[in-house]
Ligand binder design. Structure first.
Ligand code: NAX
Length: 326
């Protein structure tokens, strides 16, 4: 039997956390042969609800669940943690400006970054789901100077999966027929879902769909999918977000499929002209617990313009919280 790994979930009593805890404990993230100790963080007001989550985890009798810590102490939640899914975040309240929202979250993520720096494994893999996810990841990383910034990532996998579902529906195929889609940039409405390198059953996607569908239907549908779910469900995406978070961590830890890649928000390094200083979503391949940006993809003017627009938004988000970067 493998040694258990510690997985921290913040916001564990929230709607995404409620999905994540059970799927991770059942082995869907790291494999059923990997025992898990869950370390669940909540704010004090949600500790009763969290107690209920722990009771249900007990009642599942998962063979791979080696322990559960439920706490409102950030240091305890990150102690020796190997994986962290940072889901808990401050939602936008009435009358709150974008800058207020960025700053409120920056406070949360700087505290959590420091706690990881002081208490977590040096190899911790961090996924930020709580919005604004890319900039929250930047803040957490900048407050954890002893942990490699490459270990701090933001979730654009839900956007990636949404794009695959849309392209599959349009081309009458299944999501498993789709390869090499990319989400560039921010997890926001400026993100750029790109099919220029994608294939459907081995054929170039751009030969199967026309430009007007891409510009007027596909791109806005993927960009606005979160809002469409809220309108339909009366609540934001939760099961699909948790599913994407599991996919992100699974592929990062265990590798991407041959002949394919995934999208992850990672520290920009100058690739594709996106200079360092922001967390930007790129196409990546994962192997042996590490990832590499897919290089040398051709970028046409249509794509370049959109990649730069989403970069610009991330630079503006950074400017709004600059003073909180350590
Ligand atoms: P909920 O409001 O259901 O749950 C959030 C939970 O976090 C609450 O239980 C709250 O008590 C807890 N929390 C708040 N501050 C905390 C702190 N400082 N420490 C620990 N826990 C804290 O929201 P939910 O629907 O689960 O969404 C969570 C976050 O995911 C939101 O920021 C949301 O915008 C974001 N999303 C990100 C997505 C992505 O693709 N990156 C997609 C889905 C989702 O919208």
């Amino acid at each position: 039997m493998k040694k258990p790994v510690r997985v921290t979930i913040t916001g564990a009593a929230g709607q995404i956390g409620y999905q994540l805890a059970f799927r991770i404990a059942s082995g869907q993230m790291l494999g059923s042969d990997q025992p898990i100790i869950l370390q669940l963080l909540e704010i004090p007001q949600a500790l009763d609800a969290l107690k209920g989550v722990v009771m249900e985890l007990d009642d599942c009798a998962f063979p791979g669940l080696a322990g559960v810590v439920a706490t409102d102490d950030v240091n305890e939640a990150f102690r020796d943690s190997d994986y962290a899914l940072l889901v808990g975040a401050r939602p936008r309240g009435p009358g709150m400006e974008r800058k207020d929202l960025l700053q409120a979250n920056a406070q949360i993520f700087s505290v959590q970054g420091k706690a990881m720096n002081d208490h977590a494994s040096r190899d911790i893999k961090v996924l930020v789901v709580g919005n604004p996810a890319n900039t929250n990841a930047l803040i957490a990383s900048s407050n954890a100077p002893d942990i490699d910034p490459r270990n701090f990532t933001a979730m654009t996998r839900l956007d990636h999966n949404r794009a695959a579902a849309q392209l599959a529906a349009k081309t009458g195929s299944h999501v498993t027929d789709i390869r090499q889609l990319t989400i560039w940039g921010n997890h926001s409405a400026t993100q750029y879902p790109d099919v220029h390198h994608a294939t459907v059953k081995g054929k170039a996607a751009t030969d199967l769909v026309d430009q007007s569908w891409l510009s007027d239907d596909f791109i806005p549908t993927v960009q606005q999918r979160g809002a469409a779910i809220i309108k339909a469900r009366g609540a934001s995406s939760a099961a699909s977000a948790a599913s994407a978070a599991i996919d992100h961590m699974h592929d990062w830890a265990l590798g991407t499929a041959d002949g394919d890649w995934v999208s992850m928000g990672i520290p920009a390094d100058g690739s594709y002209g996106i200079e360092a200083g922001i967390v930007y979503s790129y196409p990546v391949r994962c192997k042996n617990g590490d990832y590499e940006i897919v290089q040398d993809l051709e970028v046409n003017d249509f794509s370049r313009e959109r990649m730069q627009a989403t970069e610009q938004e991330l630079r503006e988000e950074r400017a709004a919280i600059e003073e909180l970067l350590a």
